[in-house]
Design a protein around this ligand. Sequence first.
Ligand code: MTE
Ligand code: MO
Length: 339
Amino acid sequence: MTFFRKPQWDRFKDNDVTPEEVFRARRQVAKALGLGAISASVPLNVQAGLLDWFSQGSDTDAMAPRRPLTSVSSSNYGIGDELTPEDKILTHNNFYEFGTAKTDPYKNAQGLKTRPWTLSIEGEVDTPLTLDVDELINTLPIEERIYRLRCVEAWSMVIPWLGFPLSALLKKANPTSRAKYVAFETLYDPKQMPGQASRFAGGGIEYPYVEGLRMDEAMNPLTLISVGLYGQTLPPQNGAPIRLVVPWKYGFKSIKSIVRIRLVETMPPTTWNLLASHEYGFYANVNPQVDHPRWSQASERRIGAGGLLSAKRIPTELFNGYGEQVAALYANLDMGRWY
Ligand SMILES: Nc1nc2c(c(=O)[nH]1)N[C@H]1C(S)=C(S)[C@@H](COP(=O)(O)O)O[C@H]1N2
Ligand SMILES: [Mo]
């Protein structure tokens, strides 16, 4: 009889995006707390944040109210895949500003103040803009777009987003010919976001969370600015009131709760690349042939009615299945080098 050990990535667990060093630091703090001993070298305000982070406290039943949104059209880019049930989309999240566990955003983000909310578009534009989110929602035609979302941790969902193409928004600001990239920034408000107040609770990330796209990626018709899902405005844990959705790239490119968009001449810094550049690149195109250093990207677990635990493992597709729409953007790019 032959026994063999399954490779790490095939065990029945979630991959953790957190770089190993940060993960170890978190574990040490958890241990210290378990023993009731907090090092005297950890400042008091940080200790308080940590205690919040480890308490199970928050009210998980009180969801921030959402408003129905009507859409002018619906396009299914889920390519026949079954929709992930809404309760899974709302309770299994990555939003490190509210903690690093999958249920933290759902538990901790309900108090996020999402109105009034202004979004600025600046940099290499002829018409810099400061826009009110409700005005945007009321003036741009809202489309429904059913997209796959593939997280770099190798789980995925199928989500009916509501929103409008990023290109429609950028055109309002009249980008100059020098605009080569688009940089995005999440709200920075440590008073509202416990992960921003404590390096440990926030997974070691330097906030605000930042992301970027090349100009041609930003103008691609698939690139969406989302303001809702499942027929209603976004809940805080999914990036209310306004977030990016780039369905052919790993989920971390789809930055949440955006306050600033800046058109720039050179490739902007991006959060996960800043944290661990050998693990996360600028492009982050979904690619089953380029593995994460710590796990395979050849397959993914599609989250359905049973949640992550009973999720089926399915093959991952190049560009998450959107090659027809985007492969031409990368005709001259070495995708192994520019992961
Ligand atoms: N500001 C911010 N945006 C973020 C993240 C985050 O931690 N902070 N996580 C990213 C990751 S890793 C993923 S997979 C998606 C998850 O989106 P969802 O929770 O709506 O499914 O959001 C992305 N956007
Ligand atoms: Mo992710």
